[in-house]
Design a binder for this molecule. Sequence first.
Ligand SMILES: Cc1ncc(COP(=O)(O)O)c(C=O)c1O
Length: 391
Amino acid sequence: MSLERVKQRLATISNNGLLRTLRPVAEVGPRVQLGDQECLLLCSNNYLGLADHLSLKRAAAEAAFRFGTSSGASRLVSGSLPLHDALEASVANWKGTETALLFNSGYAANTGIIAALAGRGDLIFSDRLNHASIIDGALLSGAKLVRYPHNDAAALARLMEQHQTDGLRLIVSDGVFSMDGDLAPLRALVDLAAHHDALLMVDDAHGGGLLGPQGRGSAAMAGVTSGIHLQMGTFGKALGSFGAYVACSQLIKDYLVNRSRSLIFSTSLPPAVLAASLAAIELVRSAEGERRRQQLAANVALFRRQLQLAGFAVPDGVTPIVPILVGDPVVTMTFSAQLLEKGFFVQGIRPPTVPQGTSRLRCTLMANHSQDDLSAAADAIAQVGRALGVV
Ligand SMILES: Cc1ncc(COP(=O)(O)O)c(C=O)c1O
């Protein structure tokens, strides 16, 4: 009976055009073997192409040989390895904060941090397009969740006046929105947080390594680092590794070490991953990091312009996340399948990842895409888009 229910629920997902499946892919890009087809990968968050960089691979291999393959337990149980402490120091130095704390993934960071900071009687103000892990953290916390219209600081100001509490207030926003590639109005959020005595948390999963001087992220780019209490970021995207961090004060770190369940009750990151992340930070701060960011910026400008010229409503923007709005989930997946036939792997994104009626192709660019390949991709997108009546 219960299994029958699962079967029915899966059938409903499928009938709504929302079935998801896992596909085998042989490499990390930018050219990949997908099943029996070679194609250009346009849906990875490995933006700087660091996931197969020799420095990261060597650091990971050496750390595995020296320290082994697992950390063995939560840090609160069996202690921190030198690499945990070194990576936290490196993150804090890079982000310009007092300290930092590692988490096992961005998902674990957001759920663990938000549910630790806020609870019953508290208020969480969250951008309507924030990542699922932020929403899950807010739901887990038991605090009242107030969602404000996307990037609308004036609406947030009204909602903050309207909702009062004797408890804690937390404003939380993506720095770069993962499905739209646009930037949060960080200066306005900092002002509102200060005015209402709220904590401000920014999820910079898609800004770290890419934006601002030395890739320090969206807060550094906006010049508002000191007004943000928690800068969360991930190692699994531009940094080419795995795991996550929050750059913050010692007070916040001490509190999270005592209260964050995803930190307390989970085996910590293993040596190879820690070493790869350390190498990645060094790399993004180096001249090579700058060169890769410049290549990526040139790719982003070219690709956005070509899609605009083809008639797509693609906004100008500095991030490598380029959404092509389709609307209908079935047409979106047909669009994606037809591009794959032409050798371009662009993932279709459907609800619940994005709101109903806003299914889209989410193109993501890499520093090591060639401009010829990107031009060919833009041509193919225009051709298929016209055939499907999307443009
Ligand atoms: C904005 C945002 N936050 C958090 C996460 C989760 O990070 P991770 O993949 O490290 O769990 C993602 C990744 O999908 C993301 O896009």
